[in-house]
Design a protein around this ligand. Structure first.
Ligand code: HEM
Length: 635
């Protein structure tokens, strides 16, 4: 029989698997399109599907699709991986081959151009760009009239309807403006990435993608090559798959492919103003540098014993043996350890159920609604988030002020931030410090807890690896297993490789996103401004072109020199470039310490051979039904 994780000081909602947030870290905080999709979403489907002329007219204008050379399996139901196939390198013209198949113009996405020109011509008599824009404006005007009258009607009804109608109206307007813009852009000679069209206006591929994003992307990669676009809930996403294509995103400047544009809407209400994606990236980079100073080896040495103690204490409640929710337990434990290590002992000592609930409410700010709807809407989750934000900051302010007055200097992150200054000499304000502390905690929360849980299931499934990991504890630390040290942790190389392999097969951040602010070129395609440009570590980590036995958990693959054919961005669980994670080393220390402690305490098994399936509905892909069987080890 399954039991609930017991003895946790934290309310379940705080860290519940698949709970409302599941997207606590900056990168993950943005809703993955997967999560967004089924909920429906605002404006901006690719013009072809949702032009004001209506679907049937659009269909009539569309040239009859050519049968693909190789039929594409339904995206959401890809049975078995197709055999390894030689993928032509990015930029080799491979994309053209794909496009040539689908697009009569033979110009790749440039095939859009004649189509949109024809569409505009049909309506506007084949006139100039200005005329086409005017037609777009006409459509916009009539929609405004309809919207206006709708608003008037609901205004006499209840205020919430008014608010919702106003939002829908605003989002529709945004969509129409985008549409007009795309027509304008489409009128120029451009070769856009292959576009996966959908007959569903507005939602586009949201449902198929939401159901099984990895399969969707892998199928698209097989069919279209490494770069392709599609629409979901009104937004056009362009994926850059594989190491070569991903280089565009990782090497880009923030002014060109922008992170704030996609992440800030969610993160700013949670972290607060003046930090992370609320400030120009140059300022955020300075803040990251300050945080990095506090994540040093001297700190990690202290963290190891703190985390070991917290883990032992937390798992006392598990007793001798049983079956419990591993993910839930690790989520709760990681709030405790991260708060202790990253906020300091004062803030950790204040972490009771009430504060944990505040974190849960803050986490609840990372919802699909927060991404989709205007922030001023009086939704209960928004109100809870904003109240929690204020209350947590008030707690932090008190601790910060007390520290500022103290004559003694602690050696921890809080002290690092109190002493840090910007290049111009300005010190951080209390508000900035409090925002950075929130960001630090939340950035590592779901990423580390899901990774730790998946690691547990991988080694529970492969008992031989688990036994070797336990043997490694004894070999490195001594038969009597004394308290762990940082140096020993470094020498636990099998555990290290297991973690690395877990991050390959289950990277918590499934997609990194940027908004194209300027036109971009990749693999011979032009990506116009307004596209959400994405790289998926999950897909890069399992491309058969890059990885041998891609889907197998094989920690020893890292004993070879080039496990991924030496490709630079084939393995990117922590991102790369200017937005790269600063928490990697801390995450390794935290997860390796927790798992060293757990391996010493218990032996783990799957229950009836059930290995958790992946829950794609959460922003971070969590394990479904993550119950594990455990039995205390006799030393
Ligand atoms: C297993 C654990 C973690 C994983 C897999 C992970 C993954 C990532 C990834 C993929 C990015 C890049 C996002 C993007 O390019 O859009 C990122 C950025 C970042 N992460 Fe982590 N992270 C982890 C833990 C942490 C921890 C523990 C912290 C803090 C202590 C942290 C702080 C940050 C920060 C500040 C950024 C920078 C965002 C930016 O510059 O835009 N992460 N992380």
């Amino acid at each position: 029989m399954r039991e609930e994780a017991g003895g946790a000081a934290l309310p379940r909602s705080g860290a519940a698997p698949g709970g409302r947030g599941s997207g606590l870290r900056p990168g993950a905080a943005m809703p993955s399109p997967a999560g967004e999709a089924p909920r429906g979403h605002p404006a901006g489907a690719r013009t072809r599907e949702a032009s004001a002329g209506g679907q049937s007219a659009a269909r009539a204008r569309r040239p009859a699709p050519r049968p693909p050379a190789r039929p594409m399996a339904p995206l959401a139901a890809r049975p078995t991986p197709s055999p390894r196939r030689a993928r032509p390198p990015v930029g080799s013209g491979a994309g053209n081959r794909h496009i040539g198949r689908d697009q009569p113009s033979g110009e790749g996405r440039g095939g859009d151009r004649p189509r949109s020109a024809a569409r505009a011509g049909g309506r506007a008599g084949g006139g100039s760009t200005a005329r086409r824009m005017a037609v777009g404006a006409e459509g916009t005007l009539s929609l405004m009239e309809v919207g206006g009258s709708l608003l008037e009607r609901v205004a006499v009804g209840n205020p919430l309807s008014l608010v919702l109608a106003a939002s829908a109206f605003a989002l529709s307007l945004g969509y129409l403006f985008q549409l007009g813009y795309r027509r304008h852009v489409g009128s120029e000679q451009k070769k856009y990435p292959p576009y996966i069209s959908s007959s569903i206006p507005f939602l586009g591929h949201a449902i198929a993608f939401g159901k099984s994003p990895i399969e969707f992307l892998e199928n698209a990669y097989d069919r279209y090559g490494p770069v392709f676009s599609f629409t979901m809930v009104g937004k056009t996403f362009t994926y850059l798959l594989g190491s070569d294509a991903a280089a565009l995103l990782f090497n880009s400047k923030n002014e060109d492919l922008n992170a704030e544009d996609v992440y800030s809407r969610l993160t700013t209400p949670v972290f607060g103003k003046g930090v992370a994606y609320d400030v120009p990236n140059t300022v955020f980079l300075e803040q990251k540098k300050m945080l990095k100073t506090g994540l040093n080896i001297a700190q990690f040495k202290q963290h190891v014993s703190v985390i070991e103690e917290e883990t032992k204490e937390y798992f006392k409640a598990w007793g001798e043996s049983g079956e419990k929710n591993l993910f839930e337990a690790l989520s709760e434990l990681i709030i405790l350890t991260a708060s202790h290590c990253l906020h300091g002992k004062e803030i950790r000592s204040l972490l009771n159920e009430k504060v944990a609930q505040l974190y849960a409410d803050l986490d609840g700010g990372f919802t699909h609604a927060a991404w989709l709807l205007p922030g001023w809407l009086p939704l209960p989750s928004f109100r809870r988030r904003d109240r929690a934000h204020k209350e947590i900051k008030n707690i932090f302010y008190k601790v910060i002020q007390k520290r500022r007055k103290s004559d003694e200097k602690e050696q921890d992150m809080l002290q690092t931030l109190l002493d840090a200054s910007y290049k111009d000499g300005r010190l951080l304000t209390d508000d900035e410090i409090a925002g950075m502390l929130i960001g630090l905690l939340l950035a590592g929360q779901h990423t580390s807890s899901t990774t730790s849980a998946w690691l547990g299931f991988f080694i529970a499934r492969d008992k031989s690896i688990q036994d070797q990991c336990y043997a490694e504890q004894k070999a490195v630390c001594g038969d009597d297993l004394p308290p762990l040290t940082y140096d020993q942790l470094k020498d636990l190389s099998l555990l290290d490789r297991c973690l690395k392999e877990t991050l390959r097969l289950r990277p918590p951040i499934m997609t990194m996103m940027r908004m194209a602010r300027t036109p971009q070129t990749v693999a011979g395609y032009n990506i116009p401004p307004g596209h959400q440009v994405c790289v998926s570590p999950t897909v890069n980590h399992r491309l058969r072109d890059s990885w041998k036995d891609a889907l197998d958990f094989k920690p020893d693959r890292y004993l070879q020199d080039n496990p991924a054919a030496g490709e630079k961005f084939a393995y990117v669980p922590f991102g790369a470039g200017r937005h790269r994670c600063i928490g990697e080393n801390f995450a390794y220390v935290q997860i390796k310490t927790i798992w060293s402690t757990l391996l010493r305490l218990y032996e783990f098994d799957l229950i009836n051979d059930y290995f958790p399936t992946i829950n794609y509905t959460t922003m971070i892909h969590t394990p479904n039904n993550p119950i594990i069987r455990y039995k205390r080890r006799s030393l």
